[in-house]
Design a protein around this ligand. Structure first.
Ligand code: SME
Length: 224
């Protein structure tokens, strides 16, 4: 009677809390699952951010196939194209000098050194290069590099032993070409390439190397 008075069905009185408990459990379960999914997605996002290339991904891999089998003129035509692609959009003188040294050293036959010396206002200071370790500083009145910097003309040296004041950084070197790097009348440095073969470089090399140097200067200082 009493229960009838209160209008409470004893069966329902027990069932409702159970249904509520089940609903709460489902809600908790959905929340936990959602939280787990969001956590996993954010971890994945963080991992992707780590894996993604963070810097300029322009040149991730570059074909430095040797051009040994091509006629010399074509070697330099290919090198000029490759150098332009390699330096496009990059102005940093060290980065571009490093890549140009690697490109030339891998592409051309019979070289044992290829690299840069930069003028610091007093003397030439070693820059990026490929080959054996080299002398760090060269005064303008010394060596083939000094002569190129001083006279601002390309030095084509068929026999380094016959060149007065030649500085032997690598005893294997027999011939050498050094191109001065000049921008708007200002000496920037020199581009130096050595070979273990006597008379390795001729006027075609001179023309090709001077073109490469101009591409380098254009990349660093902007096209004229
Ligand atoms: N032979 C150069 C010095 C530099 S090395 O060759 C790398 C010269 O006589 O100036």
């Amino acid at each position: 009677m009493c229960k009838a008075k209160l209008g409470v069905n004893p069966l329902k009185a027990n069932v409702i809390p159970i249904v509520r408990a089940q609903a709460d459990f489902r809600f908790d379960h959905i929340c936990s699952t959602l939280w787990l999914v969001v956590s996993l997605l954010s971890i994945r996002f963080e991992v992707d951010k780590i894996k993604a290339p963070v810097a300029h991904p322009k040149v991730i891999m570059f074909d430095t196939t040797p051009l040994f089998s091509l006629p010399k003129v074509e070697q330099y035509q290919r090198l000029a194209q490759q150098a332009r692609v390699l330096m496009e959009g990059e102005k940093d003188r060290i980065a571009n000098a490093a890549n140009l040294s690697a490109l030339v050293m891998h592409a051309l036959p019979d070289l044992n050194w290829a690299g840069f010396y930069f003028y610091d206002g007093t003397e030439l200071v070693l820059g990026p290069f490929q080959g054996k370790p080299a002398c760090l500083r060269i005064q303008l009145d010394r060596g083939v590099c000094g002569a190129a910097a001083r006279t601002r003309t390309t030095q084509l040296v068929p026999d380094v032993h016959a060149f007065p004041g030649h500085i032997a950084c690598d005893a294997a070197s027999r011939s050498e070409i050094v191109v001065p790097l000049v921008h708007q009348g200002r000496l920037v440095g020199v581009w130096d390439v050595d070979s273990p073969i006597p008379a390795r470089f001729d006027v075609q090399d001179q023309s090709g190397m001077e073109t490469l140097c101009q591409i380098y200067l254009d990349s660093v200082f902007g096209v004229r």
